[in-house]
Ligand binder design. Structure first.
Ligand SMILES: NC(=O)c1ccc[n+]([C@@H]2O[C@H](COP(=O)([O-])OP(=O)(O)OC[C@H]3O[C@@H](n4cnc5c(N)ncnc54)[C@H](OP(=O)(O)O)[C@@H]3O)[C@@H](O)[C@H]2O)c1
Length: 276
């Protein structure tokens, strides 16, 4: 049986974290292809601007508020989409944050916030979405992880851990939801030019625009593959690097990301550079 591919006639697309960056660009791309797209995030005004920008497109965008860290809110959001706008055909779990975790100022908050949004936030949306799709026997869910989840990178102890967890989660769900008719896909981008990477002060290999990233995701969502990875010239190198022995992997990553270990008066320190 060929994998389920959500078409506009199947129902609604829900994109989390659509107020900026990849989520925003993907919402416009899919609305341009005729999909009805529900967008959520915390910044309501930014979502209303997105909705207005899409007014001339063949599909349409409608706005719901949605902090993914609240399981209760996400239950209500899914119910609201289903009852007010139609069945959920495709869900893109995209909301995410990048907080550097540096050796010099390692603290609980960076880990707790990263896990609350990037990992538990995905679960909070996934659970109600699967319940509704399961009742119908079909649906498509894309989980936005990152190439930073393939292996450890400087400054990425919190972010990378959440994204590695999402890769494992999507792989496992591929077994468990596939037999219920629900298709899972994993999105693993390299560097994208968005507010999330705007704070990076170093050259980012393979950096692409949010529009090009959204175009790659839109193509991947219609393809039969499990993983939507781009740009392949960068992400496949990271994948291959992970096959190396650790000694070689650490040295290679330090060189590629321009990471330098520095000594400070009171100990060791570093200039972390990470792939988001
Ligand atoms: N940029 C990259 O290089 C890159 C690379 C690989 C993967 N990714 C992943 O791609 C996804 C999108 O990132 P981006 O680069 O487009 O960054 P972005 O422009 O900062 O977008 C992040 C989105 O997540 C939303 N968000 C953050 N916290 C939220 C919360 N608690 N509840 C609901 N929404 C929340 C933000 O909206 P509000 O602030 O309005 O809530 C925003 O719409 C993330 O999962 C990121 O990890 C990005």
């Amino acid at each position: 049986m060929s994998p389920f591919v959500a078409r506009p006639e199947h129902g609604v697309v829900w994109i989390t974290g659509a107020s900026s960056g990849l989520g925003r660009a993907l919402a416009l791309k899919l609305a341009g292809e005729g999909y009805k797209v529900a967008v959520t995030a915390r910044r309501h005004e930014a979502l209303l601007e997105l909705q207005a920008e899409a007014s001339a497109l063949p599909g349409n965008i409608f706005v719901l508020d949605g902090d993914v860290t609240s399981a209760e809110d996400m239950e209500h959001t899914v119910a609201a989409i289903e009852y007010q706008h139609g069945p959920l055909a495709l869900v893109v779990l995209n909301a995410g944050i990048y907080l550097p975790a540096r050796g010099e100022d390692l603290n609980h908050e960076v880990f707790e916030r990263s896990f609350a949004v990037n990992l538990h936030g995905v679960v909070n949306c996934l659970v109600p979405a699967v319940r509704h799709m399961r009742a119908r026997g079909h649906g498509q869910i894309a989980i936005v992880s990152s190439a930073a989840g393939y292996g450890g990178l400087p400054g990425s102890a919190a972010y990378g851990a959440t994204k590695a967890a999402l890769i494992n989660m999507a792989e496992s769900l591929n077994f468990d939801l596939g037999r219920l008719g629900i298709r899972i896909q994993l999105v693993t981008p390299g560097y994208i030019e968005t507010p999330l990477t705007a704070k990076n002060k170093f050259p980012m290999p393979g950096l692409i625009s949010a529009e090009d990233a959204a175009a790659a995701v839109a193509v991947g969502l219609k393809s039969p593959g499990f993983e939507i990875s781009f740009p392949k010239s960068f992400t496949y190198k990271l994948k291959l690097a992970k096959l190396l022995p650790y000694g070689l992997y650490f040295g290679l990553m330090q060189r590629v990301l321009g990471y330098r270990r520095k000594r400070r008066d009171a100990g060791r320190s570093s200039s972390p550079r990470t792939a988001e």
